[in-house]
Structures are given as structure tokens and as C-alpha cells.
Design a protein around this ligand. Sequence first.
Ligand code: 3IO
Length: 339
Amino acid sequence: MKRLSLFTLATALTVILALPGFQADVHAKIINLNYANFPPAPTFPCVQMERWKDEVEKRTNGKVKINTFPGGTLLEAKGMMDGVIAGQADIGCLCMAYQPGRFMVTNAVSLPVEIPDSATGSLVLLDLYRKYKPASFDKVKVLTMFTTAPANIMCKSPVRTLEDIKGMDLRASGGAAEILKAWGANQIGMPMSATPEALQKGVVQGLFSSLEVMKDLKFAEDCKYVTMTNTVVYPFAVVMNKDKWKSLPEDVKKVMEELVTEQALWTGNYMDTHVNEAVAWSKKTHNVEFIELDKKSIVKWNSVLSPIINKWIKEAEEKGLDGKGIVDAIYGMIGEHTK
Ligand code: 3IO
């Protein structure tokens, strides 16, 4: 057999390397995306971030690499939206309750409309966004949205009556803050990421949010009492820088489009399951008392909330929004998703 000359081998190698398919495999540029998040890694916004990262990396066969930044290391809570618009991060997870005026339409899910759980809240929020396409998201690509489970009062001292809550320093933001005020608390606004320190320093006596933080942020160590009100949810959005989105290849965009609703539902289900685990853990590990209001008290607590929706409708209509239509749409969507 004739021996292959070095020249033949070199020529063959050159041809192979020049083949378009081979080049694509060997030299395929990996797309790196930075994903910013504001709370610590064990909390649900970061858990859902890691799940989304894994799914995108898997479904793009490694073509896309997501670098996650929990704990406000890349962007902090209130700077998330503007940071993503400016391109300081490619992707960011934000809580809309921290900028109530900016996200007025989507924050309407934080009215006391009795959303029963996070899975329902997440699908309703996404529906609402799709129906109204609020201008506040014009400068970004929305990758998903979700809500927390309904909020309850976590506190260092027991809250059993409206008299107990009067003047108490309690932390909440956005729609949940309006509810605390209506109950007579001294409402203090700050992002969740600032709350552990505020509790420790005694700046606040407790907080009003979903209960999985009892475990994830170890609030059960300080807050030995929980008053069950199951009142409102907090809305979140995950957004991408628009130029970055436009630069992505079609197959990558398709993977991300397919994840929009799926991720909302995944996060809702994760949250709902995890709240139950956190409640059981708080009772067992920290002997937390869960206070249930009796029927008469529930009527009384709810009665002071009824002006909140009408007040919001009026404010929305003053801003040229179809306030009544938005609230009616939300009730319809809740019905749709709880059928
Ligand atoms: C939340 C925010 C960050 C981490 C865990 C969380 N659980 C519930 C929320 C809702 C929220 O943004 C807030 O401020 O209560």
C-alpha cells in the first residue's frame, strides 16, 4: 500500500477543517449570558433562576452558558430593571412591588383579589402581561413572570387582633404595604434582601410576605409567631436586555420562548410545595405558633381592605388606564386558572 505523504495528510486536514459543519462544531461560539438576582441563593427567585439556567443550557446543547449572580452581586433589588436596560446584566429578576408606580398594571395582581396560591398567581400575572403589554416592559424582553404564594404576618410577638397590629413596625412593599397600612400597622418599605438585617437590628418587628422565607432566610429564628391571613401575592418578572435578545440565534430564542409559561408554572408549583415544607419545618425546628383568625375576625380584617381596590381603580383611571377593566380581567383569569 502506498504510504500517505505528509502533503496529502495536510491537504486532507485542511479540507476537513474548512468544512462548514466541522467548523460549526469545533469553533461554535458559546453564548455567555449574565443573570442577576437580588436575594440570597437559597431563596425561591434564585432557585427558579438555577432551574431556568439548567433547562436553557440543556435545551441548547451547551450553545448557551448562563452565569448566575445571586445576592445582589451584579445588580441590587431596586436597580434591576434599569441595570438590565443599560446592559449591566443581560438578564435580571425583579420584584415589581419595589417600584409600584413603574409597574402599575402588573402590580394589580397585588390587590386583595384573593389569589389562592403561587401557581394560580403566576399564570394570572403572565396572562395580564400578555393582555395589556404594559409600556413599562417595552425596553426589555420578558422571559417569564411569577408571583409568591399569598402573604402572611411573620412577627416577633403574637398578632391575634387588629388591636395587636396597630402601630407595629412591620415590613412590606407595594400592594402588600397598602394592606398593612389598612390594618393600622406602621408599614416600613424595603426589599426582602434588606429584611434580615432590619429584623435583627429591631428596625422592624416582623414582615408581611410568603412563608417560605421562614426557612430560606431563617426568619423562624426571630419570628416565633405567624398570623395566617393569606392575603396578597408579590409579582416578579425576569427580563432580558433587548439588544442582547435581538442578537440571539433563532433556535436559542425558540428555547427561551418555550420556557416562558413553563417556567412561570414551575416556579408557582415549587413555591406552593416549598411553603408547606417551610411551615412544617418552622413548627418542628423553631416551635413557631401559627395563629388562625376566627370567622368573625376574618370578616373584620377583610372589611377594612375593601376600599383598596376602588382606590386603585381610581388612580389607574387618572393615569389613563382601564382600571376597572384590569381588575375585572384579573378576576376572570383567576376563575380560568382555578377551574
Ligand atoms: C421574596 C423576595 C425575595 C426572596 C424571597 C421572597 N419571598 C417572597 C418575596 C416577596 C418579596 O419580594 C418581598 O419583598 O416580600
